[in-house]
Ligand binder design. Structure first.
Ligand SMILES: Cc1ncc(COP(=O)(O)O)c(C=O)c1O
Length: 376
């Protein structure tokens, strides 16, 4: 909670649920990452939060952008970014969206399959393309599993094919999973990518770019390594595996840039028990899984909850959203404890909710309005 957010909540008393996000904190996070990885170009992963005030601030700072869809490409352009500053990083794209992005000046595209490469060759002739390889996601609290990327052997074949199809096979990418809590995940992935990089160079492909993806974590309830620790580990691994011939480096941070810049304020709708002597209370908030807190699925992301009674006696709780759906239960097994004095009408804050919340919010599940957003 930054002083600006605290002041806004105090002075404006906005209707809940709402996200309040401090755009100055976005800038601080961007600058901190830049200092931790000075050799890397930062492509902000727009999917984490595509709000115009964030994109506009990042354009002013000289950021590049990672877009997951043509709509995100358009959002970047509307915020003042040049097409050439946008990477179309999703490996699953419609051909007409590739063409539309290419026509708007986008020249850098991801792929991980033969069919996608054929689409790129037709719709974005001559474009720079990078192949995403599968890497381990251990240590990530929001892993991306095997949905994206391909095995190294296939990546090699596809990179060779890309050149033959008139594309510019510029490099390789990976993603170690979101909310990655270990620096070792990047070290292992860099080692994997470096071997293929060398192999491709020897095969005559002019690879020159390594895209390290996103994954840098935010502090929720538990401490995580600092961004400077990631910077040191990554630079060490790059030096070890590439020596003096360092490739161009790209990072695509989403969560790290906006996560701790935002706070969701919510109202307690009900506190109840399932039996009179049940020690566990159910706390129902006016925001839940469908209101934007999708990353509580499997209790993966554990948001810290601030209440007006912090510091007083606490007891165990199950935290749930307001809708008539049992999936809309946020924390049942994560040992959440909240003050015994908590009651309906209290305002609580879910901290570090600037990433992956507003865009996950449903359009009106059970009639609830989408999450309100305030950028300060
Ligand atoms: C291709 C790509 N880049 C970057 C990101 C951003 O990851 P994070 O928010 O963990 O930094 C994602 C997240 O899903 C992604 O799929």
């Amino acid at each position: 909670m930054t002083p600006k957010i605290a002041r806004f909540l105090r002075e404006s008393a906005p209707a809940t649920p709402c996200l309040v996000l401090d755009v100055d904190r976005v800038e601080e996070n961007y600058r901190r990452l830049q200092a931790a990885l000075p050799l890397a170009r930062i492509y902000y992963a727009v999917k984490a939060n595509p709000a115009a005030p964030i994109l506009e601030r990042l354009v002013r700072l000289g950021s590049f952008f990672d877009a997951a869809s043509f709509e995100e490409v358009e959002a970047c352009l509307a915020a003042g970014a040049r097409g050439a500053a946008v990477s179309y990083g999703n490996t699953v794209k419609k051909e007409r969206d590739i063409r539309a992005a290419f026509e708007r000046g986008v020249r850098l595209f991801a792929f991980d399959s033969e069919e996608e490469l054929a689409k790129l060759a037709r719709a974005a002739p001559g474009a720079q393309v990078y192949c995403r390889i599968l890497v381990g996601n251990e240590g990530a609290e929001w892993p991306l599993s095997r949905k994206f990327g391909c095995e190294v052997g296939m990546a090699r074949e596809l990179m060779l094919a890309a050149g033959e199809m008139g594309l510019d096979p510029v490099g390789l990418s990976f993603h170690v999973g979101s909310q990655q809590t270990t620096t070792a995940a990047y070290e292992a992935a860099i080692a994997r990518v470096a071997m293929l990089f060398t192999d491709l160079r020897e095969a005559g492909v002019k690879v020159r770019l390594v895209n390290l993806g996103g994954g840098f974590p935010v502090r929720y309830r538990e401490a995580v390594p600092e961004i400077e620790d990631f910077g040191t580990a990554i630079m060490g691994a790059l030096a070890e595996h590439f020596g003096n011939a360092l490739p161009e480096i790209i990072v695509e941070p989403g969560r790290f840039i906006v996560g701790d810049a935002g706070v969701v304020q919510s109202e307690v709708v009900l506190v109840s028990r399932k039996a009179k002597d049940d020690p566990v209370r159910w706390v129902y908030l006016d925001i839940g899984r469908f209101g934007g807190l999708a990353e509580t699925e499997g209790e993966a992301i554990k948001y810290a909850i601030r209440t007006p009674h912090d510091g007083t006696a606490e007891g165990p709780v199950t935290v749930a959203g307001p809708s008539c759906d049992s999936v809309d239960t946020l924390y049942e097994k994560s040992n959440v404890r909240l003050p015994l004095r908590l009651a309906a009408g209290d305002k609580v804050e879910l901290l570090a909710t600037g990433a992956y919340v507003t865009t996950y919010a449903s359009q009106g599940f059970n009639g609830f309005r989408p999450l309100a957003e305030h950028y300060v």
